[in-house]
Design a protein around this ligand. Sequence first.
Ligand SMILES: NC(=O)c1ccc[n+]([C@@H]2O[C@H](COP(=O)([O-])OP(=O)(O)OC[C@H]3O[C@@H](n4cnc5c(N)ncnc54)[C@H](OP(=O)(O)O)[C@@H]3O)[C@@H](O)[C@H]2O)c1
Length: 274
Amino acid sequence: MSEQNTLAFTKKYGPWAVIAGASHGVGAALADQVAAKGLNCVLVARREDALTDLKNQLVDRYGVEVLVVTLDLTLDDAADRLVAAVADREVGLLIYNAGGDPYITRFLDTPVEDWCKLLHLNTRTIMRCCHAFGGRMVARGAGGVLLVGSQAALGGVRKLAMYAATKSFAMTLGEGLWAEWKGQGVDVLNLLIGTVDTPTMRDAMVRQGIAGALTMQLAKAEDIAAIALRELPNGPTLIHPDDLAESPTGSHSGLARREHVQRISAESALFIGD
Ligand SMILES: NC(=O)c1ccc[n+]([C@@H]2O[C@H](COP(=O)([O-])OP(=O)(O)OC[C@H]3O[C@@H](n4cnc5c(N)ncnc54)[C@H](OP(=O)(O)O)[C@@H]3O)[C@@H](O)[C@H]2O)c1
């Protein structure tokens, strides 16, 4: 990215980014790339040691400010706790990356209370974070929201019924917010990914007894993070890799969902107004 593009990125999405789910994998790669562009970072996850290691790396490498927030995002009041920890820092970028399914079982084989945790992680906490941080971005007329999603959002999946359902919620919410905020300087992107090399995915493959679980070639977290940041203005929803445009500007990326959301929003305006 040229110096000019980095400056434009910082102006639009700085000075602070919140990365929910930053301790490893795609979230850690996103934090690294966001900090490389000069944004200060709020790193959120449950494992304080991993976040502190990442904080030290980002401070050393890029000289940015970093706040560590150790938090379980499945808690009822997780978003309130996060907003309180962020305090008056000016957040221009919200990245919600936490949200993998730690269970991967048939619906009846996991206690309903555990499904409720996944439900909170992928619906209520996202919604409250979008309301709090998105509200501040709309007020200042600049910002971005990146929801790291899954291709499972596109329909029900065996052994991933709750995961797919909650990812659909996030995608649909993101699309509605994109339609509402696109004229107000705030970008929203759902990045729906397939299988990526993260500790959670490798652990799941081992637990499920998949042959080659540790050696199979998977998409790299760093590559997914780079695509996510590059495509942020091309919301609302990009299915990776099918939906990536070949054009150098990428402005046609995610065209199918964009046209769908634009058409539905225009048609519904006839009945519910703008
Ligand atoms: N990996 C894949 O193949 C794949 C495929 C499709 C979509 N995705 C999506 O990509 C995103 C990242 O995937 P991932 O495999 O790295 O998933 P992940 O297990 O959700 O981990 C991502 C990050 O979220 C944090 N996290 C998880 N649960 C949390 C909780 N309850 N409270 C706070 N932080 C929490 C993890 O750190 P801590 O454990 O330290 O809390 C980690 O830093 C997810 O949204 C996932 O749905 C992944």
